[in-house]
Design a protein around this ligand. Structure first.
Ligand code: AMP
Ligand code: GLY
Length: 425
């Protein structure tokens, strides 16, 4: 079959790479793709949010399945537009994508499904927030813009004054535009985070192997939040017992509540969890593969990704046997541009990509690159996701950093401690 991967980051490179290696897949197109994706498929210069152009490309090329990487086109109704044109796309409808597109909607679904999450309120005015906070003990809070804010809409607050300031920033100063018409104020949860990604076809749920992201820029989880500086899979924190708990108490009731709400979920359901002393609590839902979690998870997948995504899009996941996995753990180290997650430069030539890729059990996934005059140039904040398999997590880590050492460009940096958490529960 012919597949179209929509997006241009490390997650999309991992998807395109895995699909290109699948027996069921004959052609991979990428829109718009990056320099790495161009080595596994044909890149077409269509932005991932130009839905009419993507529909018409898919129709002209008789694409059998579109696989959508980022959340924005999903929340804007890409899958509905494909379906209306008689085309198949893996991903949720616009209505179902609200699970990521609106934190208030996600909380309402969790309430209906009795899914464990932080206690919270949804508010629309500063006055409501003032009253709410004054009536409660002065404690730490997490304040969130309701809508999509490119990972920046979550503000951790030490006390009531900071929380009110965060609410003002979102509701009054309109820091996130339309995404900030409502805020969620919730209790701060304590524990370790884990990401559970699951394929869903509306009814049937097939959970993927667990993973853990590293959201902060600095070693030891310090510094500002980023899109994710590295990840590993599996997350040993997620024991088989905990995984069944998550399936039973998070995934199943969420998928059920979505069905009852009239918007069955088809696509990739990502549960961002805090594993607290009282058990798993949902921090957020995403409606697409995590980035960088997709890179270490997909590196371990042995099943045919094309077949399984097609089955999910067609509502046939129940016919599918269990997925096959490489038992070896994997570690992904993100290499970023100087200055990221704040302002950074682009256009620096990258050296050493071939040496790194030649190392055994290493894949170099491109996140922010372009090809120009036979060179690969940096074009984003997160530039590469160096991903390696190993006999255990420390072996995978060693191999990933060995590959990192081969690669150079002006201002390149990465965290040095990806996967150390495995040994520091
Ligand atoms: P979200 O986009 O909602 O997952 O939030 C981004 C990050 O903020 C999460 O990965 C957590 O590190 C942190 N976070 C969000 N909500 C909470 C919470 N209630 N308690 C503690 N940390 C949180
Ligand atoms: N790695 C977090 C995310 O994809 O949202």
């Amino acid at each position: 079959m012919k597949v179209l991967v929509i997006g241009q980051g490390g997650r999309e490179h991992a998807l395109a790479w895995k699909l290109a290696g699948a027996e069921s897949v004959t052609d991979v197109f990428c829109a718009p793709g990056n320099a790495g994706m161009a080595t596994v498929g044909s890149c077409v210069p269509l932005p991932s949010d130009d839905i009419p152009a993507l529909v018409s490309f898919a129709r002209d090329q008789s694409i059998d399945l579109a696989v959508v990487g980022p959340e924005v086109p999903l929340v804007n109704g890409l899958v509905d537009a494909f379906q209306a044109a008689g085309l198949r796309a893996f991903g949720p409808s616009k209505q179902a994508a609200a699970l990521e597109g609106s934190k208030a909607f996600a909380k309402e679904i969790m309430r209906r499904g009795n899914v464990p999450t932080a206690d919270h309120v949804v508010l629309e005015t500063l006055e409501e927030a003032q009253t709410f906070l004054q009536d409660r003990e002065d404690q730490s809070w997490v304040v969130k813009a309701d809508g999509l804010a490119a990972g920046k809409g979550v503000i951790m607050c030490d006390d009531r004054i900071q929380a009110l300031e965060a609410v003002r920033h979102i509701l009054v100063e309109d820091a996130f535009g339309n995404a900030g018409k409502q805020v969620v104020i919730e209790e701060t949860l304590v524990g370790q985070e884990a990401s559970i990604l699951a394929l869903v076809d509306g009814n049937t749920i097939v959970a993927l192997e667990s993973s853990q992201d590293h959201k902060r820029a600095g070693d030891g989880d310090t510094g500002p939040n980023t899109g994710g500086m590295g990840a590993y899979s599996p997350a040993p924190l997620v024991t088989p017992e905990l995984m069944s708990d998550i399936e039973r108490n998070v995934l199943v009731p969420t998928v059920h509540a979505m069905k009852l709400a009239g918007c069955p979920f088809q696509g990739l359901l990502y549960a961002g969890l805090m594993i607290t002393n009282q058990g798993p609590r949902v921090l957020e839902f995403n409606v697409r593969f995590g980035d960088p979690e997709a890179q270490p998870v997909l590196l371990r997948l042995r099943s045919d990704l094309g077949e399984v995504l097609l089955a999910a899009a067609d509502g046939r996941l129940a016919e599918f046997g269990p997925l096959e996995w490489d038992p070896r753990p994997s570690v992904c180290v993100v290499m970023a541009s100087d200055g990221y997650p704040e302002k950074y430069q682009t256009g620096h030539p990258i050296q050493g990509l071939d040496q790194a890729a030649a190392l055994p059990d290493v894949e170099v996934f491109h996140a922010g690159t372009t090809a120009a005059d036979g060179q690969v140039l940096t074009s984003g904040g997160r530039v590469l996701g160096i991903t390696a398999l190993g006999d255990d997590h420390s072996d995978a880590k060693r191999r990933a950093y060995e590959a990192v050492k081969c690669i150079r460009w002006e201002g390149a940096w990465c965290r040095k401690d990806i996967s150390d958490k495995v040994r520091q529960p």
